[in-house]
Ligand binder design. Structure first.
Ligand SMILES: [Fe+2]
Ligand SMILES: [Fe+2]
Length: 195
């Protein structure tokens, strides 16, 4: 469904269970960054009403997710810690050759956002069955988010295909997925959404 080329090792979910505070902190900031990414692309298509409305709504939804994750942190008696660097996102951005072409930058941003949404979904799907018997409320919370983030993944990918040649975008997407699969093989050792 998500088209990813690598699965997260199930062991990662146990690492998360042992350090929910780090995981939820990282997750909260990821939601904030997702809101920032949605806002940042509006400037690329200011004359496209549908796009501006969709991205504005998405940015608001991601900040609601931030609030929801923060609420979970408080419910569990945990603390929101400081923000960590997202190594995964930094490595992903290295995939595309540097360009000064604003249109290319725009398509790259859409594809990177789509992929980060897809990987979040996959990670949630690994976590949910492990959480269910121990923390059913938190498992239900992640099931709910899975559905939102899966919708976001499709939105970004569909806009990339709409705003550029579909064949070209599909080829870029496929190469990006291959690159990401390599990256993911070496991750899954930390209580982070993408780490
Ligand atoms: Fe979100
Ligand atoms: Fe999202």
């Amino acid at each position: 469904m998500l088209g990813l080329k690598a699965n997260t090792s199930p062991q990662w979910a146990n690492i998360v269970l042992n350090d929910l505070e780090s995981f939820l902190t990282d997750h909260a900031y990821n939601e904030m960054k997702a809101a920032q990414s949605a806002m940042a692309v509006i400037n690329h298509k200011p004359d496209d009403k549908d796009f501006v409305n969709t991205m504005a709504a998405l940015a608001i939804e991601e900040m609601q997710h931030f609030e929801m994750v923060y609420e979970q942190i408080q419910k569990l008696g945990l603390k929101l810690g400081p923000e960590n660097q997202n190594f995964y996102a930094m490595q992903l951005r290295k995939f595309f050759p540097k360009t000064k072409d604003p249109h290319q930058k725009f398509i790259q941003k859409l594809l990177l956002s789509s992929l980060m949404e897809a990987r979040s979904c996959e990670r949630f799907s690994v976590l949910i069955p492990v959480l269910k018997p121990i923390k059913p409320d938190l498992a239900a919370f992640y099931q709910n988010l899975f559905e939102s983030e899966a919708r976001h993944y499709r939105i970004f990918l569909e806009y990339a295909r709409k705003f550029d040649e579909k064949e070209k975008v599909n080829a870029q997407w496929n190469d990006l997925l291959t690159y990401e699969a390599e990256l993911v093989h070496n991750l899954g050792q930390k209580a982070l959404v993408h780490g």
